[in-house]
Design a protein around this ligand. Structure first.
Ligand SMILES: [Fe+2]
Length: 261
């Protein structure tokens, strides 16, 4: 567990009296119940801003509603692999059957304007003083998985901000680089000057770390702290919507992602 104690000094928004708290969320995967619960938790926790690391759609039954929620709030967002596949015309050969079924179904539920919005998303983005990416910084369109220090080291090579948030694995974890690259699970930590952080925020709609609760992060820029939040949501309703839509059921909780999920 990470327990460093120093504050960030490279973020202009750490000055001033008004707290600046970002709710950083991703891998929503069309789960409206989980997204609604997370946004309510963020509001109650005093978050002033949001950012999204991609995969708004895919797997669950409310892609359009989740997309509209993100757009209505005006949340800065990067493109995930499911956002890309659901707004394209072709389907990658090696997708798992559950992902493929959801992508084909999602395409039917989105308008051309929705797909255009998804297609226009960038792969990496600077938000305030931090950056966001869905998968990796060294190959943002390649959809590789950062699961160990070696793949994190490749991303750090391209990281220009002290903090970058990412998703894709659906497993919350922080990678840190000072003289070496280290990695650990986390619940809350303070960022330290001179150290870079590549932070996986977990998944709102499809957690895969053995904890069924929705995950997201609160980055308190004023305090220089990053906190992982876990939020209950109405799983029964999410699953009922899947059955109604004729979509495959939710995957059992798994610790590590498979390829092309
Ligand atoms: Fe995802």
């Amino acid at each position: 567990m990470l327990t460093s104690t120093c504050l960030s000094r490279d973020c202009p928004q750490s000055a001033g009296r008004n707290p600046v708290k970002y709710a950083v969320l991703g891998d929503i995967h069309a789960n409206l119940e989980a997204l609604t619960a997370v946004l309510e938790d963020a509001r109650a926790a005093g978050c002033t801003h949001h950012a999204c690391v991609g995969d708004i759609v895919g797997y669950n039954a409310n892609p359009k509603e989740c997309l509209e929620t993100i757009r209505e709030i005006g949340i800065p967002c990067v493109k995930g692999n499911h956002d890309e596949y659901s707004s394209a015309n072709d389907v990658p050969q090696n997708l798992n059957p559950r992902a493929k079924a959801a992508i084909l179904w999602t395409r039917q539920k989105l308008t051309e304007a929705d797909k255009e919005w998804l297609r226009d998303l960038r792969y990496t983005r600077l938000v305030a003083c931090f950056s966001i990416v869905h998968a990796t910084l060294d190959s943002p369109r390649g959809w590789g998985y950062v699961l160990d220090k070696f793949s994190a080291a490749a991303s750090f090579t391209y990281q220009t901000t002290s903090v970058c948030f990412f998703g894709h694995t659906h497993v919350p974890r922080v990678f840190m680089r000072d003289s070496v690259v280290r990695s650990c699970t986390y619940s809350k930590f303070k960022i330290e000057p001179g150290c870079k952080y590549f932070v996986n925020v977990g998944s709102v709609g499809e957690p895969r770390d053995g904890n069924p609760l929705a995950a997201y992060v609160i980055y308190d820029i004023s305090q220089g702290s990053i906190e992982l939040r876990r939020v209950p949501f109405d799983v029964d309703r999410t699953e009922a919507k899947l059955r109604e839509a004729g979509l495959p059921g939710r995957a059992p909780q798994i610790a590590l992602p498979r390829r092309n999920v």
